[in-house]
Design a protein around this ligand. Structure first.
Ligand code: NAP
Length: 490
């Protein structure tokens, strides 16, 4: 038996999205920078899906190959032999907190956030009212998503002015031909083939200076073939506070400049109002993405159980003391937007994990720089850590998760170094694998994932793409099973 002090530290990372992979990388970096005679580290990287990379695979829009390229970086990290991928394992059901404590020195929870926030207004449960994540997971081929999506609404509203709203709106005006080179599964490609969307209204409850868009993502909206962006010139009349923000914050300035550019093009074409610009684009056979600011949704209207409109309260800015601007109030006026579908892109929420503290107010695991606390502001639970969106909420770009994970792993390795974490009762890596093999009928390990990966690549290659994703869990596990069968029979 290996003496305890020679065996590597064992860390479980639960959730194999960007935060989980970056946390694994930071653990290996720490180990690589130690004295070669010191104890090393090994990582078990778990995921409830049979495939790794979380939001990178099932959250980034398929027409964003630039961001999807980060997958190669994550693949490079995850291919280190000190990282063992164990997929199709649900924390709380297949692997409990007690198991983790018995088999590992420490655990990092990096389970992300992919549940939609609700608006809390009447009509949200009507047919045709969706959370952005429902749509995103469908078009990104998440194994547990809806098998079909009816892209039958001619007019849709997207509530929220963040980057998810841009993704949803941009995808709604895409044709299946435009998505031909992407990795979407075949059933999604077919779904876009019958896309009848004509107008998508993107709704901001405050003004353009408070939109959360990043300039690059906003610019991309203007590059969709067959679609025109329409802006209401009235939305670009800034009060003093908005003007100051527009001129002092680089991102805000770039976002406003882009919106002003579109409004300017409308003006030059002799189209004085947004209604005229929309009508002209439709007459020209274009699809339209129309930004509408200072409108707050108060009710989703319905007829026969289906969405028929969105009631919007028109808002105005409330002048605030310096540094406290950005608030709006109702003008008392409303307008009804005729739409057949409403997508809420007002933020994601994380889900609580069995046995792990959870702050329902912020939908995060209470933590201090990544050290899990028993309650918000409470005591640290030794050996438990968190990284990514479930640690800090759904904000930032993918790279933000790297610095977030580095912070967490700094705390974790400090505890390893101090010797404050007890030795696990069952440190043998095979025992946890055996335990999971007993509980999970189709445990996916790194080799099996590589087979699924190779299969998807070969499906893609046949159609001239880098990859075509398998449509569901069953198809993935069928490949996993065929792998095992061929190995057993050889
Ligand atoms: P977000 O950036 O926080 O935007 C949420 C939007 O919802 C805001 O405009 C917010 O308006 C609005 N909202 C919230 N509650 C509302 C309500 N009750 N009524 C009306 N509007 C409401 O969140 P996100 O778009 O989900 O994005 C999450 C993170 O992922 C962000 O950091 C984003 O940059 C990132 N992301 C990046 C990319 C990319 O880089 N390509 C793509 C997708 C997502 P208020 O400001 O008024 O609250």
């Amino acid at each position: 038996m290996t003496p305890v002090t020679d065996s590597p530290f064992r860390v479980a990372v639960v959730g194999s999205g960007p935060a989980g992979v970056y946390a694994s990388e930071a653990l290996l970096d720490w180990s690589d920078n130690r004295d070669p005679s010191a104890r090393g580290i090994v990582v078990d990287l778990f995921d409830q899906l049979p495939v790794p990379y979380g939001l990178l695979r099932h959250g980034v829009a398929p027409d964003h190959p630039r961001i999807k390229g980060i997958a190669r970086t994550l693949e490079g990290i995850a291919s280190d032999p000190r990282i063992r991928f164990l997929g199709n394992v649900e924390f709380g059901r297949d692997l409990t907190l007690d198991d983790v404590r018995r088999h590992y020195h420490a655990v990092v929870f990096s389970t992300g956030a992919l549940t939609d926030r609700r608006l809390g207004i009447p009509g949200e449960d009507l047919e045709g009212s969706y959370g952005a994540a429902e749509f995103v997971t469908w078009y990104d081929g998440h194994p547990d998503s809806h098998p079909e999506w009816a892209l039958t609404a001619e007019r849709a509203a997207v509530v929220g002015v963040g980057n998810v709203a841009l993704d949803v709106a941009r995808m709604l005006v895409r044709s299946s031909e435009q998505l031909e080179p992407t990795d979407i599964p075949e059933h999604v490609r077919t779904g876009f083939g019958s896309n009848t969307t004509r107008v998508v209204s993107v709704i901001g409850r405050r003004g353009p200076v408070h939109a959360k868009f990043t300039p690059l993502e906003l610019r991309e909206m203007g590059k969709v073939e067959g679609a025109t962006v329409v802006v209401d010139p009235d939305d670009l009349e800034y009060d003093d506070e908005a003007r100051t923000l527009r001129d002092s914050d680089r991102r805000v300035g770039q976002v406003c400049a882009q919106l002003e550019k579109w409004a300017g093009a409308q003006r030059e074409a002799g189209l004085g109002t947004a209604d005229e610009a929309e009508a002209a684009a439709l007459a020209d056979g274009k699809r339209v993405v129309r930004f509408r600011f200072h409108r707050s949704p108060v009710e989703i209207l319905g007829a026969d159980g289906r969405v028929s409109g969105l009631r919007l309260e028109i808002t105005e800015p409330v002048p605030g003391p310096e540094g406290e601007g950005g608030r709006v109030r109702s003008t008392g006026r409303t307008e009804d937007l005729p739409v057949e579908a409403v997508y809420r892109a007002v933020g994601y929420r994380s889900a609580a994990l069995e046995g792990v503290p959870f702050d329902h107010a912020s939908s995060t695991i209470p933590n201090d720089s990544g050290r899990v606390l028993d309650s918000p502001g409470g005591q640290h639970l030794p050996g438990l850590f968190t990284a990514g969106w479930v640690k800090r909420g759904p904000s930032g770009v993918i790279g933000t998760n790297r610095s977030c994970a580095v912070e967490t792993i700094g705390r974790l390795t400090a505890e390893l170094e101090s010797g404050s974490l007890p030795e696990p009762a069952e440190p043998d890596p095979q025992t946890v694998r055996d335990l999971l093999a007993d509980r999970v009928a189709d445990l996916v390990d790194g080799d099996t994932w590589l087979k699924i990966d190779a299969h998807e690549r070969s499906l893609g290659e046949a159609a001239g793409r880098e990859r075509t994703k398998l449509p569901g869990r069953t198809e993935m596990l069928d490949i996993a099973r065929s792998t095992r069968t061929s190995r057993t029979s050889s």
